[in-house]
Design a protein around this ligand. Structure first.
Ligand code: HEC
Length: 238
């Protein structure tokens, strides 16, 4: 029995090790870059809203947080016919989704918190052609994902190549068929998208940072007052 447990633990830890071997690429998250968040919102509506919702956020809230005119957000970002008070709802029918993908595309409001920004950034960049799969593609970060590559026209087609080094073998993804964006432009595109998803995960972050400065200022001021008060009281006792 003991041996069995040890073997189980060993295989588990090896499993975890194998998963961590693929290094994630780092996203450059910047909460205060409102232009980036705005661009990301537009990318999200154009390329993801077809299947995914982000129902914890409304168009109006985005407009307020990025200091944009709500009318402009409505005309430039929201899909046609949407109201400024709408949440980012996908029009995809749940039953259709089950039929097409075998699973429902999850709501993405909190995905940046559960998966992390680097994971999202790497995931969206790691599709490659794999003709043995039903979708014709696979993903290095999320193996056998049921999601087709939503950005293939922009990125182009990637192929997986096995490279050997003295430390062992690893897989490198190489673009053989360029898309409509250059590699740098695509990186920026995905980064904006992830920046937006991080913002959606915690929209009050910007507000909190602004308020935080006042709170610290107040605490410092109060410290001085408290000190003066203490001096005043103890004066009579001495
Ligand atoms: C054609 C429909 C479709 C489109 C468009 C689409 N997705 Fe997906 N997505 C899916 C499906 C289906 C899954 C579930 C995959 C699975 O569980 O294997 C998924 C899963 C995901 C996940 C993994 C969630 C998790 O934690 O398991 C993320 C992140 C994601 N999508 C992000 C995006 C982003 C960002 C876009 C826009 C660039 C996008 N998706 C566009 C269908 C879609």
């Amino acid at each position: 029995m003991k041996k069995l447990i040890i073997i189980l633990l060993l295989t588990l830890s090896f499993g975890a090790y194998a998963n961590e071997e693929i290094e994630l690429q780092s996203a450059k998250i910047n909460n205060s870059d409102k232009d980036s968040i705005q661009r990301g919102a537009k990318h999200f509506v154009t390329y993801c809203l077809g299947c995914h919702s982000a129902k914890h956020i409304r168009y109006l809230r985005i407009a307020i947080d990025v200091n944009a005119d709500p009318q402009k957000v409505l005309s430039d970002i929201a899909p046609e016919g949407a109201s400024i008070y709408d949440q980012l709802h996908s029009a995809m029918n749940k039953h259709d989704a089950e039929k097409w993908f075998g699973t429902q595309p999850p709501d993405l409001s909190l995905v940046a918190r559960s998966r992390g920004a680097d994971w999202l950034y790497s995931y969206l960049k790691s599709y490659y052609v794999d003709t043995t799969k039903p979708l014709g593609v696979n993903n290095l970060i999320f193996k056998d994902t049921a999601m087709p590559n939503p950005l293939w026209q922009l990125q182009g087609e990637q192929h997986a190549e096995q490279r050997k080094t003295i430390y062992g073998e690893y897989t490198k993804l190489v673009i053989n068929k360029p898309g409509t964006l250059t590699e740098n432009e695509f990186d920026l595109f995905v980064n904006d998208l992830v920046n937006f998803l991080v913002y959606v995960g915690e929209p009050v972050q910007l507000e909190r940072q602004r308020l935080g400065k006042y709170v610290i200022f107040f605490l410092l001021l109060f410290l001085v007052i408290a000190y003066l008060l203490k001096k005043e009281y103890w004066q009579d006792i001495h």
